[in-house]
Design a protein around this ligand. Structure first.
Ligand code: HEC
Ligand code: HEC
Ligand code: HEC
Ligand code: HEC
Ligand code: HEC
Length: 370
């Protein structure tokens, strides 16, 4: 990044240091890593000659049928997205959640109903429809092992942005809003070292090429990502509950990954239903940023990442919670997955059953049990 007015920046930094504010550095420019995906969309929009799923179904019926069940197909109509979008209706959101539309305005009916459609990942050219064997539908870098970064990464890895008004460029902060590809790179290093093989995003999320991506809506799929053991010992008048929890080799990144409000809660309860919990989530704080012109403004930076780290030795976490003893029965526990935080859900009018799933539950083991 070239600083056009280094003197001003230096002065601003000094002022901030004096004011005791920490500064993070971002940069100006597009938020999307895969600018080429975006430009392909713009080309299609310019001619208003947008390809959509119904045009593929005569020849690829299975993919279209499966895709309709995925959250990709519902990336705009998904009520949990819409609840968040109503609070923050930014152009930035539209670029990923309605990529067929013109991001500078509300998406039209086609862009809303298509969501992340076939053309977000394939067929940029109508020529494939006329001569499918002569004109490939997928770019080389979007096939096979490179696809995780080059294709999925275009939307699943991105930074917070700050919209400072129409006359100023969007500011891309240095803090990831979703960090899935970086987490996957960490997990891949570990999995290659231990099992000799790391899997791509599509191998886990689109097994046998199924376009019904697996994710939060498949409880068993999510449950397999966590290994948890809970024990309880009597210490005086209290139960001391100790849990070991970590990501399993069935997952390819941190748990939970993706949207910044996703969280796990490990809850323990005694016979009188007195509860204690531990939350696994990322926490953010407002942080001052400064642009090359020396202008300062607030953005968000990560304060703490208390999720389960990607599979590997750092992933295992020890949790210790105390409960008053009530009766003989050992405490019970449950592991909950929240699509968004309870606070955000309450503010947005979402009900608990729409966003929370109990992944696993049971009675704590005696403390000396193996
Ligand atoms: C007229 C029939 C037809 C239509 C319509 C059609 N395809 Fe294809 N497509 C084919 C055939 C045939 C192949 C296999 C080509 C081969 O193996 O050489 C293929 C292959 C593919 C492939 C896998 C190989 C590659 O090129 O990467 C993808 C992905 C694909 N099509 C996507 C699409 C999408 C998306 C649409 C709608 C925008 C679409 N197709 C519309 C016939 C069609
Ligand atoms: C989120 C990205 C994504 C979306 C959206 C998507 N696909 Fe795919 N598709 C893939 C991936 C990944 C593969 C596997 C590609 C590879 O490794 O060659 C694939 C493979 C295919 C193939 C080749 C199947 C085979 O057995 O060779 C076809 C055909 C296809 N997709 C059609 C479609 C159609 C039609 C749609 C829209 C209904 C669609 N895809 C939407 C990512 C996507
Ligand atoms: C080894 C298998 C595996 C690999 C590789 C993998 N994932 Fe996942 N993924 C999972 C499992 C299991 C979950 C459920 C647990 C969780 O939420 O972290 C999940 C969850 C997710 C979620 C949240 C699910 C939802 O519905 O909201 C997203 C998004 C996601 N993965 C994207 C990716 C992307 C992008 C990549 C590649 C960069 C990838 N995954 C690689 C197994 C995998
Ligand atoms: C054009 C942007 C875009 C691309 C490219 C993309 N995704 Fe997504 N993906 C999204 C959005 C947006 C959502 C969230 C939909 C929602 O819940 O609102 C999503 C959701 C998901 C989920 C959760 C889905 C579920 O059904 O629970 C998984 C898993 C996922 N994507 C995997 C992938 C994989 C694997 C690839 C690459 C093959 C990929 N995505 C490429 C935008 C994209
Ligand atoms: C660079 C692409 C990108 C941008 C920009 C983006 N999102 Fe997303 N969003 C995603 C992906 C990918 C997922 C899927 C992650 C997951 O499943 O955990 C997602 C998931 C979500 C979810 C969770 C949906 C569910 O079904 O649980 C919400 C809510 C959401 N986004 C809101 C927004 C809002 C509001 C904005 C704008 C302020 C925005 N997103 C901007 C890519 C994006």
């Amino acid at each position: 990044m070239s600083l056009r007015r280094p003197l001003v920046v230096a002065l601003s930094l000094a002022w901030l240091a004096e004011a005791g504010v920490s500064v993070v550095r971002g940069r100006l420019g597009p938020y999307n890593q895969d600018a080429r995906t975006q430009s392909a969309h713009s080309r299609a929009r310019a001619s208003d000659d947008r390809l959509h799923a119904a045009q593929c179904s005569p020849c690829h019926e299975a993919q279209v049928r499966d895709w309709r069940r995925s959250l990709h197909a519902r990336s705009w109509n998904d009520p949990i997205f819409l609840a968040a979008y109503r609070e923050e209706p930014m152009e930035f959101c539209r670029g990923c959640h309605a990529p067929l539309g013109d991001p500078s305005r509300e998406p039209d009916a086609l862009a809303r109903s298509e969501g992340v459609s076939c053309v977000s990942c394939h067929a940029e050219s109508r020529a494939h429809l006329a001569s499918p064997r002569a004109v490939r539908a997928t770019r080389d870098e979007h096939r096979g092992p490179g696809a995780s970064r080059a294709l999925c990464g275009g939307c699943h890895q991105f930074d917070f942005v700050v919209d400072r008004g129409a006359h100023r460029p969007l500011w891309r902060s240095a803090t990831p809003m979703q960090d899935t590809v970086h987490e996957w790179e960490r997990a891949s290093r570990h999995l290659r070292a231990t099992t000799g093989e790391a899997r791509s995003c599509a191998q886990c999320h689109m097994p046998s090429g199924s376009h019904a991506t697996r994710g939060v809506e498949q409880r068993d799929f999510v449950r397999r990502s966590v290994l948890v053991t809970v024990r309880a010992c009597r210490v005086g008048a209290a139960w001391r509950v100790r849990a070991t929890i970590g990501a399993s080799d069935e997952v390819g990144h941190a748990v939970p990954t993706g949207d910044l409000h996703r969280q796990l809660r490990l809850v323990v309860a005694n016979a009188q239903a007195i509860e204690r919990d531990r939350v696994f989530v990322r926490r953010f704080e407002r942080r001052m940023e400064v642009d090359p012109r020396g202008e300062t403004f607030f953005s968000r930076a990560e304060r703490l990442d208390a999720r389960l780290a990607p599979p590997g030795p750092e992933s295992e976490d020890e949790v210790s919670l105390e409960l008053p003893i009530a009766g003989e029965r050992r405490p019970r526990w449950r592991l909950e997955h929240w699509r968004t935080s309870p606070e955000v859900a309450q503010r947005q009018g979402l009900r608990t059953h729409e966003i929370m799933t109990v992944l696993e539950e049971g009675e704590a083991l005696p403390c000396d049990a193996r």
